[in-house]
Ligand binder design. Structure first.
Ligand SMILES: [Zn+2]
Length: 249
């Protein structure tokens, strides 16, 4: 049993949506320069690096990050889905793999392997996105689902931002007829995750009235017989056995 980070470290090279990497760490006090201690300050978008989109991001009446209760950030019914053949600029839609998702899940992790491109500008220029239909389907058919996390930079494909805005709304908008909104956890570090975690704890920086926030996410891993599948969900695999990641183009 051990823990893995599912969040990336933040630094000046952290890729941002649209190519905007605005992380700035400034040293305010420096021991090596005779100050009494080391102190630094940061400046960055709430949507840079591994972060959560709260409902307020796309909905005026939606919850802000700080309004979401502590127990909502702890997940124990996790579906870990490896999607193969997710090409650059593609839109991940509702498909047969959704039907196989457990009915009581609280977190869905989608591993596409697109993270392999994180050191390249292709990571934000050609990222896959989510379809609005996927959000609609999950909210109605898996009402216990509280969050969706994935290993690409945004639910909005950069080359199809109009659809991306609709997708964000489909997941986040307050709409009683659709069930609870689903938080979006973007730009996750899933490369080292090979099987479904036993537990995931993802904590955002709890900023007042925030529409989104950087997150530190850890996953408890070990021997488990919970749900895990590839995109066909044809087989359940023993821990550690994973398909080789595809090449992205
Ligand atoms: Zn965001």
């Amino acid at each position: 049993m051990s823990y893995l980070f599912l969040s990336h470290r933040i630094d000046k090279d952290t890729p941002g949506f649209g190519g905007i990497s605005d992380f700035n760490l400034k040293v305010v006090k420096n021991l090596s320069e005779g100050a009494s201690c080391n102190v630094s300050r940061i400046e960055m978008s709430m949507h840079l690096g591994t972060h959560v989109d709260a409902p307020f991001h796309f909905c005026e009446s939606g919850e802000t990050v700080d309004e979401i209760e502590a127990n909502q950030w702890v997940f124990r019914k996790i579906a870990f889905v490896r999607l193969k053949d997710v090409l650059a600029n593609s839109i991940i839609d509702h498909g047969s793999w959704c039907e196989e998702l457990p009915h009581d899940l609280d977190l869905l992790l989608l591993k596409t392997g697109f993270e392999e491109l994180r050191g390249s500008s292709l990571y934000w220029q050609q990222n896959p996105g989510l379809s609005p239909a996927l959000g609609d389907w999950l909210r109605v058919n898996r009402p216990t689902l509280r969050a969706l996390g994935f290993d690409f930079i945004s639910a909005s494909s950069f080359t199809n931002r109009k659809l991306g805005r609709l997708a964000h709304r489909a997941f986040l908008e307050h709409d009683k007829s659709k069930g609870r909104p689903i938080l979006l956890m973007e730009d996750l570090h899933l490369k080292d995750l090979h099987d479904e975690p036993i537990e995931v704890i993802g904590l955002p920086l709890r900023v007042f009235k925030a529409d989104g926030a950087p997150m530190t996410i850890i996953a408890k891993i070990g021997v488990s017989s919970d749900f895990s599948c590839d995109d066909t969900c044809a087989s359940r695999k023993p821990a550690g056995e994973e398909k080789k990641s595809e090449t992205y183009r």
